[in-house]
Design a binder for this molecule. Structure first.
Ligand code: PGA
Length: 256
């Protein structure tokens, strides 16, 4: 794992944006795994400003609520169009999001896995992290070998996400999510986390044991993971000075 600590969330998101921009430039037909939530917003804003060529890029999103109408303001479908896809020259036929209204959700999940394989696998997967360590919507105790499937959210995640919904509006507690096994097959994983509320989850994921209690900790077993975080999210890392030193002293050829 490469831990990249920047003072502000925008600076950390900028490192992530440069990494993705390099991939898009080097490999115009790259396959990106994308995430939603508040975390990737500064990343997507920066990517939009870079005016990259998305015409051959394929995307797969991590997760989606089950049962919300597709055009509901809080579906991840709506989120992705509003915050990224409407602002870049991506071809709509190359965009893949889990369908939370599929008639047969288990069959859809299997098909989603097939679509990822057919596309050649995910080159780079963007990840946020929940306060409980979830990646995608793989909540604590998710199988570390899991594939795309239905999950039930924890009460804490429903509470964390309630801020996006209107008062009195119910937060769906069932979702489709790529599995941890699916995420582990991405060639690169790029985990972003901002703010003190993520500090414990990050410390456990990076410096704790590999355990399904903190699903992000499985990334310790992945060969190519970049963790781009701001100083508050890094505040509980015991080795934060070492991580800063490593990044600040990178040889030029390794710089992002
Ligand atoms: P957030 O959610 O980006 O809105 O904090 C992250 C997550 O739940 O994975």
């Amino acid at each position: 794992m490469e831990i990249i600590i920047q003072e502000t969330r925008q600076a950390a998101a900028d490192v992530a944006a440069r990494l993705i921009a390099k991939l898009i430039t080097d490999k115009p037909g790259a396959v990106l795994g994308l995430a939603t939530g508040s975390t990737p917003l500064p990343l997507y804003q920066r990517l939009i400003g870079m005016e990259l060529d998305w015409s051959k890029i394929t995307t797969f999103n991590l997760d989606e609520y089950i049962g919300l109408p597709r055009d509901h303001p809080q579906t991840y479908h709506t989120f992705m169009w509003e915050n990224l896809f409407n602002h870049v020259n991506i071809d709509a036929k190359n965009i893949h999001l889990p369908d939370g209204n599929a008639a047969d959700i288990p069959a859809f999940c299997m098909e989603y896995e097939e679509r990822i394989k057919t596309a050649g696998g995910i080159d780079l997967q963007v990840l946020g992290i929940g306060t409980d360590g979830h990646i995608g919507f793989n909540e604590p105790t998710s199988s570390l070998a899991s594939r795309t499937r239905i999950k039930t959210l924890t009460e804490q995640t429903c509470k964390d996400n309630a801020r996006f919904f209107g008062s009195g509006e119910e937060v769906p507690n069932h979702v489709i999510t790529m599995g941890i096994g699916t995420i582990m097959e991405a060639r690169t994983n790029l985990l972003l986390a901002f703010g003190e509320s993520k500090a414990t989850a990050i410390a456990e994921a990076v410096e704790g044991p590999v355990t399904s209690i903190n699903p992000a900790s499985v990334l310790q077993m992945h060969p190519t993971v970049k963790v781009c975080i701001d100083a508050p999210a890094a505040s509980k890392l015991q080795r934060k000075d070492y991580f800063r030193w490593v990044y600040d002293n990178k040889p030029d050829w390794q710089r992002i």
